[in-house]
Design a protein around this ligand. Structure first.
Ligand code: MG
Length: 401
């Protein structure tokens, strides 16, 4: 049963290229199906979340992360009367634009692209579903509904929002220019993303040995639930039960966050009383944690930032990853024909145009962003053997002038 403020597929703002309805499926189910079948989705399995893909088989990848976001999102959506299919579609697509090597890859590509308009991963996820997937005879991309595309574009800089608005007036760029909000389903995906990575990064962090259960005593959100688990099951004290203690604490933490979001959001909805999905877009964000949980979640994020994401061992591998991406970018800029043929064709067509270097550099960014960790590593080795890796600073300076 959908609430009045839920997104109704029958009232969708539709697709950029009109298509007849699919028998037996709503428009958002169809979006979800298109996402699951696209190539960018399959590549998520070999992309880093925090730990590089080859560091261990049990760490989260972008794919398992996206599945966890979808699971959390759907279960909250059901309690709030929101559209589960739309939540699932957005959750499964939200990281499609991520580069190899996680945030380090992103930062590196953004630096390389600084003279050519920069690189934003949310915008790249939209590029994947709007332009880069080549599966249909009639159009580029997956031709998803407005509501799914709106949810995928979680953040966007003003300059990119203006570009989007110019190409699609009143489209997905508009809310960044008018300070509007997306649908409740999209708001929910943002929070489900946060809940998912906070929990699984604790798990992966402890598994990797980079953080310990003792250190986690500093984190109120985790420690409260660890105490609860120990009070209920005394045998979890034993060192051999360490993993069960970790899992039980995380499970309790996840449930508490889910319940908190449901309670706080129902409270906010009651107060704001939106009468339609569209009215929500003019209101402040409504999907939210309660005040106390918000602070505790920030405490956990702060801990993970300092103890895990900035751990010297993580910084060492991400530093290498950053160098790999920079040298790949520079090598393709100097030798574009080393890319796969369809990217070479796009590169050459754009390079001949008036604002050539900007568009052509974007083709390189698309190519690199689409790579898995292992493909990027192999390409780096291949180009090194061919002696095609150039000094990053030199080629950037030449191209930027
Ligand atoms: Mg995510």
């Amino acid at each position: 049963m959908l609430a009045v403020y839920a997104s109704d597929p029958a009232a969708s703002r539709g697709r950029r290229f009109a298509q007849p309805p699919a028998p037996g499926r709503t428009e958002y189910q169809r979006d979800r199906d298109r996402i699951v079948h696209c190539s960018a989705f399959r590549r998520l399995v070999y992309k880093t979340q925090v730990f590089l893909n080859h560091e261990g088989d049990l760490f989260r990848t972008r794919l398992t992360h996206s599945l966890e976001v979808a699971q959390l999102g759907r279960s909250i959506a059901r309690s709030l009367g929101l559209n589960e299919d739309l939540v699932e579609a957005i959750a499964l697509a939200h990281d499609l634009g991520h580069t190899p090597f996680g945030h380090a890859g992103q930062d590196a590509l953004n630096e390389c692209m600084a003279p050519f308009g920069g690189f934003e991963h949310n915008l790249q996820s939209l590029r994947v579903v709007d332009q880069l997937e080549e599966r249909y005879p009639q159009f580029d991309g997956l031709n998803l509904t407005f509501e799914t595309r709106e949810g995928i574009l979680k953040h966007c800089s003003r300059v990119h929002a203006e570009e989007l608005e110019a190409g699609e007036p009143g489209g997905v760029g508009q809310r960044f220019l008018q300070d509007g909000q997306p649908s409740l389903e999209a708001q929910l995906c943002n929070l489900a993303d946060e809940i998912a990575y906070n929990a699984h990064d604790i798990d992966d962090g402890v598994r990797s040995g980079l953080i310990t259960l003792e250190q986690l005593q500093q984190v109120a959100l985790f420690d409260d639930f660890k105490r609860q688990a120990l009070a209920e099951f005394a045998h979890l004290q034993e060192p051999a039960a360490g993993r069960r203690l970790l899992y039980d604490s995380i499970r309790r933490m996840l449930s508490a966050q889910v319940e908190d979001v449901i309670g706080a959001t129902l409270g906010a909805l009651k107060k704001a009383a939106p009468h339609s999905a569209n009215e929500v877009r003019q209101m402040p964000p409504l999907v939210q944690f309660g005040e106390d949980m918000k602070l505790k979640s920030q405490g956990l994020k702060h801990f993970l930032l300092h103890q895990l994401y900035r751990h010297p061992k993580v910084l060492h591998t991400t530093g290498q990853a950053r160098r790999v991406l920079r040298s790949l970018f520079d090598a393709y800029l100097a030798h574009p024909r080393e890319m796969q043929p369809r990217f070479v064709a796009r590169f050459e067509a754009l390079h001949a145009a008036s604002d050539g270097s900007r568009g052509a550099a974007r083709v390189i960014a698309d190519y690199i962003a689409g790579m898995t960790d292992r493909f990027a590593t192999r390409e780096h080795e291949r180009l090194m053997k061919l002696d095609l890796l150039v000094e990053p600073s030199r080629s950037m300076a030449v191209e930027a002038t």
